[in-house]
Design a binder for this molecule. Structure first.
Ligand SMILES: Nc1nc2c(ncn2[C@@H]2O[C@H](COP(=O)(O)OP(=O)(O)OP(=O)(O)O)[C@@H](O)[C@H]2O)c(=O)[nH]1
Ligand SMILES: [Mg+2]
Length: 303
């Protein structure tokens, strides 16, 4: 079965559940079960779903609400509130600032560096891209293409070079030309048996040896990997000082609820979302817009 059709089914299931809730005359135990199931299908995760349902149920009790539309509104509000906390801005203040992109392979790190580079260049920031993924030669080529596309210089090293030295060089280059920001790609894997997390802490240390300061460590997570992605993500948050999450491939996932799970379970704000492969397919994460979209899945369903 293709990924596409699996997502189609998940989307369908979510929508059917919410539609079913809308059509009941009063809310009872089975309605709550249906909402719970819808949230689990949307990939909120079992424990976050339980928390959310308990909170909404309590509010519905206190406010003596039994109309389905009002309950759905309470649920929307609860999700927005849970997503609302956390600073979503990307921190600057280094001279240059360095933003590291970390995450397991294939999640969209390099693509996100390119897209964010584009966004920053368009906003007038002077940006340098650092090809800190030296695990395979193609990674630097891939970033070089993005550099051309967005109009930013790319500093890279040979395949197998020490990633931290490449990032150090990029910081030196940025300082020399007066650039404000270094966006540093990293590999999801390493050459040596050495631990990926050790390597990342070395990258961070070396990136700050010269003029630069690491002001963001952004963990990139592929939303289509759902709860598995969350397990992997936890390894990074335990080992690195992650300041924000970029959730990619939301365009290909009907399981958008993963956004809530990430923020609740990792306690780290989702700062940006990837919604496609193109250079403009990166958005600042907006909780209200997102929750609306989650509920709008209803109209999106193709039978
Ligand atoms: N649909 C969609 N595809 C994306 C998005 N972000 C990245 N991709 C695609 O995902 C694939 C992997 O992206 P990369 O940026 O190479 O991922 P990576 O984390 O750098 O991978 P490694 O360097 O192998 O660790 C590419 O085909 C991208 O075009 C997104 O938001 N939506
Ligand atoms: Mg890459």
């Amino acid at each position: 079965m293709s990924l596409r059709s699996r997502l189609g089914r998940a989307r369908n299931a979510f929508s059917v559940q919410v539609r079913a809730v809308r059509s009941v005359s009063t809310v009872d135990a089975s309605t709550w079960d249906a909402l719970e199931e819808a949230l689990i299908l949307a990939d909120l995760g079992v424990s976050t779903t339980a928390d959310v349902i308990a909170a909404v149920r309590q509010r519905a009790d206190v406010e003596a609400v039994d109309e389905p539309e009002v309950v759905i509104d309470l649920l929307r509000a609860e999700l927005v509130e849970r997503l609302g906390s956390g600073d979503r801005g990307l921190a600057r203040g280094g001279d240059p600032s360095v933003w590291l992109f970390v995450g397991v392979n294939g999640v969209g790190k390099t693509t996100t560096v390119g897209k964010l580079g584009r966004m920053e260049v368009q906003a007038g920031t002077s940006v340098v891209l650092a090809a800190g993924d030296t695990f395979r030669a193609a990674a630097a080529d891939q970033l070089a293409l993005w550099g051309d596309k967005v109009g930013a210089p790319v500093i890279s090293g040979a395949e197998g070079a020490d990633p931290s030295s490449v990032i150090f060089d990029a910081v030196e280059h940025a300082a020399a030309v007066g650039a404000d920001l270094v966006l540093a790609d990293t590999a999801g894997r390493v050459h040596t048996q050495g631990n990926l997390m050790d390597e990342l802490s070395k990258v961070r240390r070396v990136a700050e040896k010269g003029a630069g300061t690491v002001t963001e460590t952004l963990l990139v997570i592929d939303s289509t990997t759902g709860q598995n992605g969350l397990v992997q993500a936890r390894r990074f948050t335990e080992a690195a000082d992650v300041t924000g999450v970029v959730l990619t491939k939301l365009d290909g996932s009907a399981r958008g609820g993963i956004v809530v799970a990430v923020q609740e379970e990792l306690g780290i704000p989702v700062k940006m979302v990837g919604v496609g492969e193109g250079p403009d397919d990166l958005m600042v994460f907006d909780p209200v817009e997102f929750v609306d979209a989650l509920f709008e899945l209803d109209d999106d369903v193709e039978a």
